[in-house]
Write a protein that binds this ligand. Structure first.
Ligand code: NAD
Length: 270
């Protein structure tokens, strides 16, 4: 369909071929986009990002820790040099909580780790947008998408301090979306995705059971990573130009379902 023909974008967060960012890069490339790929320097040593870059017409890979404004400046500058112009879309697909990783309970958080969770998983979106604005790096009608989870609205006990990070991420989406819309018609949205089997996802305690629960609570079933990538492409395209400052549920109907027949049937007494 060439939905992204003539557009150029930066994709954060492709760690391996399970990553939602990896699938989004593949789909954006297939729809005609030019790409620059980025991830944290440490993730690049572990990851297979060069393989993805080769499959996307040798897209440049520019390492950037998304908590470092210096790294982000070098990233946007490098991307503009490569594209010979501004950036049309950005995918923020970044999440990490040391408290989750190290199994700290929500009622016993280590606060320096909470700061890190918020910085990496939420404030990095603000830093990305502020850096882009200062460098005037995004085109008019440009589109920025950040990935989030419904634990921002409802409690899922094992999601831990990532829930607080996602609430902040969604708030930054609205607040910066206002200012960037007024300044340059840039739109900023978050996509709230179903649980998906990835490295970050499977770090959450009880994730397998949780995926099954979510599947049985969603009329359409869990949305896959591939389907999420397609939604991201739609949001980068010109077909969604007036959508901004939204948290968009991409979850097979989970967020609007109180209870499903499948789940309630488990409580029927003999
Ligand atoms: N997998 C799920 O169930 C699910 C559901 C809803 C939303 N999400 C969100 O989707 C996004 C992508 O996660 P994923 O599931 O594809 O897992 P993933 O582990 O493949 O991706 C997470 C990425 O964040 C990157 N990252 C961590 N610290 C960074 C830093 N300081 N600077 C730059 N990058 C950094 C990692 O290197 C990795 O590439 C995250 O925001 C996640 O919270 C995931």
């Amino acid at each position: 369909m060439n939905l992204l023909n003539g557009k150029n974008g930066i994709i954060f967060g492709a760690l391996n071929d399970m990553s939602i960012a990896w699938k989004t890069a593949e789909q954006a490339h297939a729809q005609g986009a030019g790409l620059v790929l980025t991830n944290a320097p440490v993730a690049m040593r572990m990851g297979a990002i060069q393989e993805l870059a080769a499959a996307c017409d040798n897209a440049p890979v520019i390492p950037a820790d998304a908590t470092s404004t210096e790294d982000l400046e070098a990233l946007f500058q490098g991307a503009m040099d490569h594209f010979g112009g501004k950036v049309d879309f950005v995918l923020h697909s970044i999440g990490m909580s040391p408290n989750v990783r190290k199994g700290r309970h929500y009622t016993d958080l280590k606060y320096p780790w909470l700061q890190q969770t918020l910085d990496v998983s939420a404030i990095s979106l603000h830093k990305t947008l502020q850096t882009a604005m200062k460098l005037d790096a995004l085109s008019e009608w440009g589109s920025v998408v950040a990935l989030t989870y419904i634990a921002a609205q409802r409690t899922f006990p094992d999601y831990n301090d990532m829930a607080d990070a996602k609430s902040l991420l969604e708030s930054i989406t609205r607040s910066f979306g206002y200012h960037y819309g007024v300044a340059n018609k840039v739109r900023v949205n978050s996509i709230s995705q179903s649980p998906t089997m990835t490295t970050a996802g499977s770090g959450v305690k009880g994730f397998d059971e949780f995926m099954s629960y979510s599947e049985s609570m969603s009329p359409l079933g869990n949305a896959t990573g591939e389907a999420c990538a397609e939604y991201c492409v739609a949001m980068f395209s010109d077909l969604t130009r007036y959508v901004t400052m939204q948290n968009l549920f991409h979850d097979g109907g989970f967020s609007s379902t109180g209870v499903s027949t499948e789940v309630i049937s488990k409580f029927v007494k003999d």
